[in-house]
Design a protein around this ligand. Sequence first.
Ligand code: MG
Length: 351
Amino acid sequence: MVEKIRLAQGAGGELMDNLIKDKILKYFAGKSNSAEIPLSMLDDAAVIDDIVFSTDSHTVQPLIFPGGDVGSLAVCGTINDVSVLGAKPLALSAGFILEEGFSVETFEKIVKSMGKYSEGAGVPIITGDTKVVEKGAIQEFMINTSGIGKRSEFLDSNIREVTRYRQFNQRWLLDSNLEKGDKIIVSGNMGEHGIALLSFREGYGFETKMKSDVAPINDLMKNALLTGGIVSAKDPTRGGLANTVNEFSEKSKIGIILDEEAIPIPNGVRSACDMLGIDPLEIGNEGKVVIGVVKEKADDVLSILKKHSFGKNAAIIGEATDTMNGVVLNTVVGGKRILHKPIGDPVPRIC
Ligand code: MG
């Protein structure tokens, strides 16, 4: 039987991991691939010759939704992936694929939004490509953005601050850098993007007017690095917080214990998830970062995040531990539950 690609293999969970590991990585691991942080590390971005480089394609439906659109997602998503390595994003590319018959007015609206977000974040779009395909070849409109960045001017002082408290031999903020005792911080509310989009798309009519959290986090990351003590950072996009902390745990080969009560989840997200039977921790976010920080600096980093307009609801939500493997959630009712890596995506096509 001919094996065919399934939707869940693009959903950011375990099935996608397997597709990447079994069908992609082995063909891209030739001798010329001498990247300092290579593709095979599957981090948010790669590093070669001190250039940080990342790419992302966006197929969200609908293209325009409460709080954002495919253009703002494409700009912020790539800025954020470059930023969380400890880099200052310098520039983006934009590749458009348009379906014949697509509204020129909507196209312009989305491109205008990209310009606004890139200008706001101080990261210009400096190269691009536009293709039009016949009707039915794709659905409406897809955008790919790539981004480059250079080492943040505050990354070395951040690392020096880490080494005041523990050994640290890494040059970048990798998923694999956590050690026991490190604290886990989220920069704000979880679940808003996915639930806003799902609610709007399916017309559930939830009481609360939910908006996507889409935002560039480069400035927030800069402030955090300036404070110092950060060892890892990752944006909790597809697969949500559950996926992010499991990536930390797997790659750092360390357990992570989270305090459910400390995780900021707005009531609207919580009630929508209850109604739909989905876990808010598996819902994608588009303007948040999860940070691993040495415990001595956790309070300082938290307070600097809270001063930023994109970090008001930041919270310390847990820590790395060597007493167990994987991710465990101390629940509100006093029990424990294993927080698994999502297998597929509870809310498809949100980014
Ligand atoms: Mg990412």
